[in-house]
Write a protein that binds this ligand. Structure first.
Ligand SMILES: [Zn+2]
Length: 412
């Protein structure tokens, strides 16, 4: 749900909010999703039968079918939502085709009992204060914890794996270039710290992380002992999904603040290209790796669309030597271990915090200059609870609690 597309110079992104349907409305939503699934299955069967007979079927063919189709409960679902079922089906078909093309072994599409999304494109929905009004469904309370900036093009209603309800708005934004600051920054993303910058700033990981990580480990172990598809298995699965959801939410808010601040303060932001194989080598566990990966990709994603809108540049550099090169003389240290927190150059004797050294290299590679770090200058630590706004260079103070300018794209 993180798609950022560019069309006629506009940026499309999604805002995600929790919604709270009453029991009655919830039943309607579920019923709608079941009818959608019936339509999905019917269209799928039709395509398969036609193909078996050697007939070609297109997305337009099945779309035209929908109006004529005699399907129980069809009139209870908004017409555009029915069309979206067709889009989803063809999307799935095309994914399979692509996978096959790339030599992957794939099965065939299966019938669905329920489709977990309902799509309203262009029409059939209205946002009135804290109420979302949906055609054929009714009113739903919505928690708009951030204002929506831009023009709303559509909304998708979604039921998560933990059975929570969400509304995801498709919004089009116009570019909003910020005045130049004349500043550039290199950022090293880390396992221990979230980030270290070439300005000598350390941004900590949220503390709650360690606790949640422990909890995930326990729950995973429990899940693995349960019989698959049993009631207890399902219960344990939901519990685990909930903790992952919390990890995602905590991170998301934090990363929104950091990326907004970076984009505000720097014309060019240099980061390492996200390299999953490198992370496998360097991280102690697969769980860590999973969390790290989602964390870094979230950060890079937020950074890129915010920079795009603000007319800033994000440069990605090859991470190959960023940790192992001396930022003063360029000497490469081959036997640097992850446990070496201090970088010590055997050639020129330069001694520096490992991640700070990396951030200086990242900056240097990204902008093609070699800035010398100020020796002996202590790193400025920013603990999580202080928020990231307070000590950023050039940072104008801003309430850390409500971002305002950032869309909410929560992970699940
Ligand atoms: Zn050196």
């Amino acid at each position: 749900m993180w798609k950022v597309k560019e069309k006629n110079n506009k940026i499309t992104l999604s805002y995600k909010f929790r919604i709270y349907p009453t029991h009655e409305v919830e039943e309607k939503l579920i019923k709608t999703m079941q009818i959608e699934a019936k339509l999905y299955n019917t269209l799928l069967d039709y395509i398969e039968t036609q193909r078996k007979q050697g007939n070609k079927v297109t997305q337009l063919d099945t779309q035209k079918m929908i109006t004529k189709l005699n399907l129980d409960g069809k009139e209870q679902v908004y017409s555009k939502a029915l069309q979206m079922v067709n889009n989803i089906l063809w999307y799935n078909i095309n994914v399979l085709v692509q996978l096959k093309k790339h030599g992957k072994k794939v099965g065939k599409l299966r019938h669905k009992k329920i489709l977990r999304i309902i799509g309203y494109n262009q029409s059939g929905f209205k946002l009135l204060g804290d109420k979302l009004v949906l055609s054929k469904v009714g009113e739903i309370k919505i928690l708009l914890h951030r204002p929506i900036e831009g023009q709303i093009k559509g909304v998708i209603i979604k039921r998560s794996k933990t059975n929570k309800w969400f509304a995801i708005f498709q919004v089009e934004q116009s570019p909003n270039p910020l005045p130049k600051t004349g500043k550039v920054i290199g950022i090293d993303l880390g396992v221990e710290k979230l980030a270290t910058t070439s300005d000598g700033i350390v941004i900590e990981n949220p503390k709650t992380f360690d606790k949640l990580e422990k909890r995930i480990k326990i729950l995973q172990r429990r899940l693995s002992r349960k019989k698959k598809d049993s009631k207890n298995y399902e219960k344990a699965k939901i519990k685990l999904a909930k903790v992952y959801e919390r990890v995602g939410n905590t991170l998301n808010d934090y990363i929104h603040k950091i990326t907004s601040q970076l984009v505000k303060n720097y014309d060019v932001i240099v980061v390492e290209k996200l390299d999953i194989t490198n992370m496998v080598e360097n991280s102690p566990s697969t769980l860590r790796k999973h969390i790290l990966y989602s964390k870094f990709s979230m950060l890079l994603h937020h950074l890129s669309y915010k920079a795009e809108r603000a007319g800033r540049r994000v440069v990605e550099v090859n991470p190959k030597y960023t940790s192992r090169a001396c930022s003063r003389c360029g000497f490469i240290v081959n036997d640097l271990r992850l446990s070496d927190r201090i970088f010590q150059c055997p050639k020129c004797g330069f001694t520096i915090d490992r991640d700070y050294n990396a951030s200086l290299n990242i900056l240097r590679i990204g902008v093609g200059t070699a800035p010398l770090p100020v020796e002996g200058k202590p790193l400025l630590y920013i603990p999580f609870h202080e928020g990231v706004y307070s000590k950023f260079p050039l940072g104008s103070r801003k309430s850390p609690s409500r971002g305002g300018d950032a869309p909410s794209v929560r992970a699940e």
